[in-house]
Design a protein around this ligand. Sequence first.
Ligand SMILES: NC(=O)c1ccc[n+]([C@@H]2O[C@H](COP(=O)([O-])OP(=O)(O)OC[C@H]3O[C@@H](n4cnc5c(N)ncnc54)[C@H](OP(=O)(O)O)[C@@H]3O)[C@@H](O)[C@H]2O)c1
Length: 389
Amino acid sequence: VRSISLLGSTGSIGVSTLDVVAAFPGKFRIVAMAAGRRVEEFSEQIRKFPPLVVSVEREEDADRLRELLPSYRGKVLSGAGGLEACATLPEADTVVAALVGAVGLSSAYAAVKAGKRLALANKETMVVAGELISRTAEETGAEIIPIDSEHSAIHQALRAGKSAEVKKLILTGSGGPFRKRPLESFDEITVEEALRHPTWKMGPKITIDSATMMNKGLEILEAHFLFGIAPEKIDVLLHPQSLIHSMVEFVDGSLVAQLSRNDMKFPIAYALSYPDRFANPFGELPLAGRILEFEEADARRYPAILLAREALTEGGAAPAVLNAANEIAVAAFLDGKIPFLAIVRTVADTRAAFGRRNSPQSVEEAREIDGEARRLAAECVNRFSGARV
Ligand SMILES: NC(=O)c1ccc[n+]([C@@H]2O[C@H](COP(=O)([O-])OP(=O)(O)OC[C@H]3O[C@@H](n4cnc5c(N)ncnc54)[C@H](OP(=O)(O)O)[C@@H]3O)[C@@H](O)[C@H]2O)c1
């Protein structure tokens, strides 16, 4: 039985993880669970999967949870300390990192430091401190198995050959809701339109990242740090049907692709059962009659991909700055403060204002870079507030 600590249980990945756990009775059990502010949903989850420890973002919500669950016998914690306690619980062998944003870094790092298997959905962790996380995992022997569908596909495809035989990784992406929208009308994009993803149902932050395709940019960075592949060997290809989740090209000209229905339960089940595969009830993928299309990603339509590549080439603190600025800009767009086009402008301007610094060698350093970049990004947001870009 795998014992799981699930961080971010009330989110899109969190809920799918609990569906996976429920689908395999006797294979997995939940020993710790953390959420943010959706306390009512969280209390229902705790009733269904009573863990040893739970944690919420704020202490006042921990009190509310105790009121809602008078007969719950486990520990109720809060804040960063609560997240870390869940991530390092001795009874847990696997930590599912499903928080959104750089707030997930400390707990993911704590899990890796404690030698747990990290089933990683929270890509921002790898973007902000990829070197630190990979080095620590090497030291402690912690396995990192990606949940992001593209990286899960690559993880699976890489099993078909030796690392020296890899020619390149090809990350596929649907192109988001604006693949065909005339560029002249991008300044009129509404929040509602940007939240309407054509193929995946996900949390709001990653859905906006998919509309700008900063998501693919973050994934290039994630792939580089996870698999140790040089930036120039990581390509992006648009694939509107989202059935091929990514591919690896080997030196002999063979392309190995992974396909499954577009449902995150597949990569989650893979990360939890690896190196085994469990027969699951999540449905098949009938291919007869399906058409698979591919096209290049147009740099004018998706400048975020280029920004992410530049941050990777520059290295040091640049990926962390890119990520922090993007988080601030996406939140401002979702709040209706800035137009869609100002998201990428905020990221570019923040990067220019920040200058060069070395990559974070500790979680504290990462937090410092993140905080400084957020301050600069907030200034950009104020400038773009209500403006046409
Ligand atoms: N959704 C997908 O299909 C998908 C696919 C690939 C990768 N990912 C990646 O997976 C991660 C999660 O995405 P998501 O779409 O599942 O996001 P989401 O639906 O917004 O869920 C985020 C989770 O994090 C919790 N949270 C946020 N801030 C917190 C804090 N300070 N302390 C404790 N908990 C906190 C939220 O709690 P409350 O809601 O209770 O506040 C929620 O449980 C992201 O990094 C995303 O890029 C997601």
